[in-house]
Design a protein around this ligand. Structure first.
Ligand code: ATP
Length: 383
């Protein structure tokens, strides 16, 4: 897409209109099936938000309720502060980009993009200007007279985007818009989507099950699991400070330990919790909210935040450490992944290091090593 070649007037006009989306205690039931349960989300104007979660967790249903394609069972949806529950999709100032693109096969690219404007009953001259402008922005001016079947997947995706943007919505809703593209194109299109969102200053809400997509695109990620919202935060926060066992597991490469809270200390903005893990001893971790002493809870430590050393060579005053046996070493290129078993419990563990650093340690399969980490690197999980 040639985004530089945009019309600044239309982008500015849209940016002024940009608005936020709020869901309040929204539930969706399909007969006895509860697809989405009691979710509340605030997406500020101009935010790129991704709804991230495994298959069947309710992401698409949530998006469709915002768009107005799905009735809300309980709760309210607000767009720009206006309650839109009873409004049909066309009156919500949203536009949707579907996974399948849903283009008209018998219409040209130009007519596909023009269609929404015709529905809005814009006069011919205004339509011609807006369609020409948006095709230029997405780099499809030379393809205006082609039919969708004669375009590549990436080009079809751009037609779908152009068709959504040409109506100048306040909010763009995207349902897995990159899933039909191959890996290289997906990565390239990610960058283009992000640039487009920034350029127009619009609110984007996108459904994805791909973590890397959510990380690279979003200002805000809503992690969903089983119809609930599990955590909302920036990509960095979700990655570094998962709030729950579910999020820690979904992010992958996390080692989780179950125990009881034995001590809590406030440390400025955060709390330091000590947990006793059966057979492994006491460990300290960082907690966003001070937990109650005695409660059952867990903490996680990411595979790349641990350090490894030979037995007997543990640095002095290391609070968090355990012995583990190396069971497999997997070279993946830049990174080496090391599988281990905790000596005391047999729990499977994962350690990751830069291959260069790992090779310098000269450790072998079958060897017992010490894994250790700082309090700050370990993260308390309340649920
Ligand atoms: N029309 C329907 N009738 C009955 N159940 C439905 C209907 N649509 C969705 N569901 C159910 O609601 C739940 C949430 O579905 P939804 O499509 O929102 O999930 P999702 O997170 O978008 O999944 P995916 O990534 O696979 O698209 C699932 O259990 C699904 O089977």
């Amino acid at each position: 897409m040639h985004l530089e070649a945009t019309s600044s007037t239309s982008a500015a006009a849209t940016a002024e209109k940009a608005t936020g989306v709020s869901l309040r205690a929204v539930t969706k039931k399909y007969g006895p099936v509860v697809a989405v349960q009691d979710i509340s989300i605030d997406v500020a104007a101009g935010t790129y938000c991704c709804l991230l979660g495994p298959s069947g967790c309710g992401k698409t249903t949530t998006l469709r309720m915002i768009a107005g394609h799905e009735e809300i069972t309980y709760g309210d949806v607000f767009i720009g502060g206006r309650r839109v529950n009873a409004l049909p999709p066309v009156k919500r100032d949203t536009a949707m980009v579907f996974q399948s693109y849903a283009l008209f096969p018998h219409k040209t690219v130009w007519d596909n993009v023009d269609f929404g404007l015709k529905m809005q009953r814009l006069d011919r001259q205004a339509r011609r200007q807006r369609v020409g402008e948006i095709l230029d922005i997405v780099g499809l001016s030379d393809f205006a007279q082609r039919k969708p079947d004669n375009l590549s997947g990436g080009q079809q995706q751009r037609v779908a985007l152009a068709r959504a943007l040409v109506t100048r919505p306040q909010v763009l809703l995207l349902d897995e818009p990159l899933s039909a593209l191959d890996e290289t194109l997906r990565v390239r299109t990610r960058g283009e989507l992000r640039r487009l969102q920034k350029q127009f200053g619009l609110t984007f809400i996108q459904v994805t099950h791909a973590q890397d997509e959510a990380f690279s695109l979003s200002d805000q990620i809503v992690v969903m699991g089983d119809g609930h919202v599990d955590q909302v935060g920036t990509p960095q926060r979700i990655f570094n400070r998962p709030a729950s066992r579910f999020v820690a597991n979904f992010m992958g490469d996390n080692n989780l330990f179950e125990g009881n809270v034995t001590q809590v200390e406030a440390d400025g903005e955060v709390a330091i919790a000590q947990l006793e893990v059966p057979q492994l001893g006491k460990f300290t971790c960082q907690a966003e909210v001070a937990p109650d002493v005695g409660m059952e809870a867990a903490f996680c430590i990411r595979a790349d935040r641990m350090q490894v050393t030979r037995r007997g060579e543990l640095p002095e005053q290391t609070t968090n450490h355990l012995s583990a046996r190396i069971t497999a070493i997997e070279f993946t290129g830049y990174i080496t992944r090391v599988a281990l078993l905790a000596e005391a419990t047999g729990q499977e563990l994962l350690y990751k290091a830069r291959t260069q650093d790992w090779l310098a340690r000269d450790l072998q399969e079958g060897q017992v090593v010490e894994l250790y980490w700082t309090t700050e690197a370990a993260n308390f999980l309340s649920h």
